[in-house]
Design a binder for this molecule. Sequence first.
Ligand code: UT7
Length: 331
Amino acid sequence: MNKITAAITAVGAYVPDYVLTNQILETMVDTNDEWITTRTGIKERRILKGEGKGSSFLAIEASKNLISKTGLDPKTIDLVIVATATPDMKAASTAAYTATQIGATNAFSFDLEAACSSFLYGMSVASSYIESGRYKRVLLVGADKNSSMINYEDRATCIIFGDGGGAVLFEPNEDNLGLKDEYLRSDGSGREFLQAKYGGSSYPITKEALESGEHYVFQDGRNVFKNAVSNMAEVVIRIMERNELTKEDINFLVAHQANKRIIDATADRIELDQNKVMMNIHKYGNTTSATLPLLLSDYESELKKGDNLIFAAFGGGFTWGAIYLKWAYNS
Ligand code: UT7
């Protein structure tokens, strides 16, 4: 019998209706479309509006999209993982609420938090459960309502982030398709360069904290940029080398959408053609845990069974890594 591998067998996505364009941002902070476009590649991003709507709203809508596209019976899902850096609430699992709302009543569920690498790490966790034979259907959702932790008076961060959700289903495969290899890394010495200081257990919210604005995301962009460029390229090269993949073997680079220049630099290091680089940062900005599944959703119709995909991400913590996956279906 062939070894059981973990394949992605379905994709779903959701972005909110409200479009925050560079032109609107020009009226909010001292910035301009030309700077944002040339420095980041972003033209617009989506923002979730509505009282009480958190990341679970995005996760639920993305999961429902997957379910309606495939006809999947949610009662057959064994596990729901919600990868997110912006859970709905403290102390209450976002994944548990998501699972119940989509009708996955036989599943257990948990949140997974690794900043912008949450979904990438989630792919590793979901695949491990499938490969072990313990579960047959794992729904991995990436959802972030980044607008909930952004200061819309800070031009260094408000131009970058957007809200969105994406979902994939992992199932067993006996044809050697699915996740082939992973190389995941982290380095806690990077946490000072990208963080929201107040609101966690180290520094709970106080009146003074709210006044200081340090409950919002802070980023030392230049430092994170430098680390992202070198580390993403390093893990991509390593995973290619140890799987004996040349640039010709790769069908698509599926890289976290934080900055077009970071993605271009990674592709340049392996001399990959631009048409093999998935890109949608211009439409959504950085949606943290949702960037990878949103790319899969946008490019799903171009993907063929057996295609070699290299996933890569870099984010707060620092956390980063690369995954080599063989696509399992034609749509
Ligand atoms: O997903 C998690 C991981 N995150 C990332 O990978 C993000 C990594 N970092 C970046 O993408 C980039 O560093 C940014 C897009 C955040 C910033 O781009 P940059 O080219 O590194 O700009 P910078 O921070 O070095 O700033 C250059 C100049 C500064 O002015 P001076 O000091 O040269 O006069 C900034 O004050 O641009 C100025 N600036 C802006 N100007 C217009 C900073 N933000 C803006 C803005 N509009 N929004």
